[in-house]
Design a protein around this ligand. Structure first.
Ligand code: F6R
Length: 592
């Protein structure tokens, strides 16, 4: 969840460089932030609560620095609890992502040994443990990484830790669970929790694997097995994404930029992901059973995949939320296939559940956006979305990209992948039309009519049901309007009690077998005074507002996703919220 950025090298503006890196990572956590650099043989730290936004730093010039943006788990959002945390002597600065599960015992032990704690965080135990370990190992760079590995071995839970050591002038890091990427730039070495923040310095990356540690000196990076201490050859990879992709490129925020990138992403998937989809289709064909898993928006993509596989390829599959699959784990056996959907590839609930499935002999495939991520690396076959960095906390382009990969896969199962690619082309053109000024204006006008409402409902049937869930999630998480998605058929079983005069209800009405039934539901809502926003190819008397789109058959869902993204966006602006950083949320949920 938290953002981590570190630098050591030839430059002398490390604090500014780290501050800039943290700003790129703010979507990972924005309760508070902090940076540490050395001055006169001791650490100086600047840390503050609130978003890093336009913050400047007054830290001195330095060629090494380490920083963090926090999403609080242990300890309130205060300056003291913001990272980095220091040892007693002020020689070490520590930052951390994860939860040290045995922190209470360790804190007691360290306090008994005379260490003074300054925060309520679990992280601070790492600083004091490392201080003790360094006492045993000495002052060299090698000693730092040895001591860090010894410290790491004492931590229970899933953690990424990084340390800045004034004495050796080096950084060291170790991880299990949470992501850490190392960057090899011409003028220094970098580390970050998400490699998109490193792109403006280098595309040469090393993805730290589970239970690995790294030592970063100005000239290079050494990798170790963090459990045995054995030195490992570093694997350096040139990544696909570029720095320009991570910029706003003239858009006012990342949410609108990423919504507008969708046509391009769909076309790219149509062009470049056929082989990947064919391979995924082969895995599905060979499997005795297929399980689809994801969290949040990615769960809705996984659920949509369940409908697509059934409708296009006549394949039965099973959907579960990442946090729920574990309870069904005992049913996994050799011959089963789990497909994990994830933008980040780092969502802990998904990782844990598919790891469990794998331990019981299931094969693992992943549909992910981030190359080198945990799910990407642990799966037998990974399809990269190629959607580019997604910087808005809300998932938009990664959602439609997952639907696109699934569409290709479902058609590939039937030997009709070309047809799917054509549908994706048409979906891209349709979304372009939907994003034209006047069509966006229309959705903004709808938002202006309803933004003071407290509740909003979305109904859809069949393949539009997961889209209704996703539309509601988009609206609620960015605008804080209470929004719920329902299966259209459930209306009469309770939901209709919620409709009051003026309550907005989005009705997903594609040209398929659900059309007439969903319109009956719309009429029932309208009869109770609800305001109906119809999304579909055909106008109907039940609609107060109609957002039309072309009938794209099985690709209609992809197009349906966009009006709700825009509506959520405009509702957020009208209600005065930052669409990129909704309250309490973080982009990548790496803790349980
Ligand atoms: C919603 C959103 C989240 C993520 C979920 C899974 O807009 O972004 O619901 O979809 O946290 O994240 P990934 O896809 O990274 O596994």
């Amino acid at each position: 969840m938290c953002g981590i950025f570190g630098y050591v090298g030839a430059r002398t503006d490390a604090s500014a460089l780290v501050l800039h890196g943290l700003k790129q990572l703010e979507y990972r956590g924005y309760d508070s932030w902090g940076i540490a650099v050395p001055r006169d043989g001791a650490i100086v730290v600047e840390k503050r609560t609130g978003k890093i936004g336009q913050a400047e730093t007054t830290l001195p010039a330095s060629s090494i620095g380490l920083g963090h943006t926090r999403w609080a788990t242990h300890g309130g959002v205060t300056d003291e609890n913001a990272h980095p945390h220091l040892d007693c002597a002020g020689r070490l600065a520590i930052i951390h992502n994860g939860i040290v599960q045995n922190h209470r015992d360790l804190r007691r032990e360290l306090q008994d040994a005379g260490h003074t704690f300054r925060s309520e965080t679990d992280t601070e135990v790492v600083a004091h443990l490392l201080e003790d370990e360094l006492g045993r190992h000495g002052d060299s760079a090698e000693a730092l990484v040895q001591a860090l590995m010894a410290t790491f071995q004492r931590l229970e839970g899933l953690n990424a830790i990084a340390a800045l050591d004034v004495s050796s002038g080096c950084l060291a890091a170790a991880k299990n669970g949470s992501p850490l990427t190392l960057g090899w730039a011409s003028d220094g070495m970098l580390l970050a929790s998400d490699y998109s923040a490193l792109l403006e310095h280098t595309r040469r990356m090393t993805f730290l694997d589970e239970n690995e540690a790294a030592l970063l000196t100005p000239d290079g990076i050494a990798i170790f097995n963090a459990l045995t201490g054995e030195r490992l050859p570093p694997e350096v990879k040139e990544v696909e994404w570029s720095a320009e992709q991570a910029d706003l490129q003239g858009f006012p925020d990342f949410m609108s930029k990423e919504i507008h990138e969708q046509p391009h992403v769909l076309r790219r998937i149509a062009r470049e992901r056929r082989q990947d989809a064919e391979r995924l289709a082969a895995l599905i064909r060979d499997a005795d059973e297929t399980h689809l898993v994801g969290c949040g928006t990615a769960a809705h993509a996984a659920m949509a995949a369940q409908y697509l596989l059934a409708r296009v390829a006549g394949r039965r599959s099973f959907f579960a939320n990442g946090s729920e699959l574990a309870y069904m784990e005992r049913f996994f056996k050799p011959g089963a296939l789990a497909i994990a959907f994830s933008q980040s590839g780092e969502t802990i609930d998904v990782i844990d559940s598919v790891r469990g499935a794998r331990e019981r002999g299931a094969a693992l495939a992943a549909v992910v956006n981030v190359e080198g991520s945990t799910l990407y690396r642990m799966s037998d076959h990974a399809v990269l979305l190629g959607a580019g960095p997604e910087r808005c906390v809300l998932a938009t382009k990664s959602f439609t990209a997952k639907l696109a990969v699934t569409l290709l896969t479902a058609y590939a199962l039937e030997g009709r992948v070309d047809e799917a690619a054509e549908l994706l082309e048409r979906a891209a053109t349709e979304i372009e039309a939907m994003l034209s000024d006047w069509r966006r204006d229309y959705i903004r006008q709808i938002a202006e009519q309803i933004y003071l409402q407290e509740h909003l409902y979305v109904i859809g049937r069949g393949p539009s049901y997961p889209m209704a869930l996703e539309a509601a999630l988009k609206v609620k998480e960015v605008s804080y309007v209470h929004a719920e998605g329902f299966a259209g058929g459930e209306l009469k079983h309770g939901v209709i009690a919620l409709i009051e005069p003026g309550t907005p209800c989005l009705v997903l009405a594609p040209n398929d077998e659900t059309h007439d039934d969903i319109l009956s539901g719309a009429m029932e809502v309208r009869a109770r005074g609800g305001t109906i926003v119809g999304i579909g190819p055909r106008h109907d008397e039940a609609f107060d507002y109609h957002v039309p789109h072309a009938d794209l058959g099985e690709a209609s869902s992809i197009v349906q996703a966009v009006p709700a993204q825009l509506l959520g966006y405009y509702l957020a602006l009208l209600r005065g919220h930052d669409p990129d950083k909704p309250r309490n949320l973080a982009k990548s949920v790496t803790v349980e």
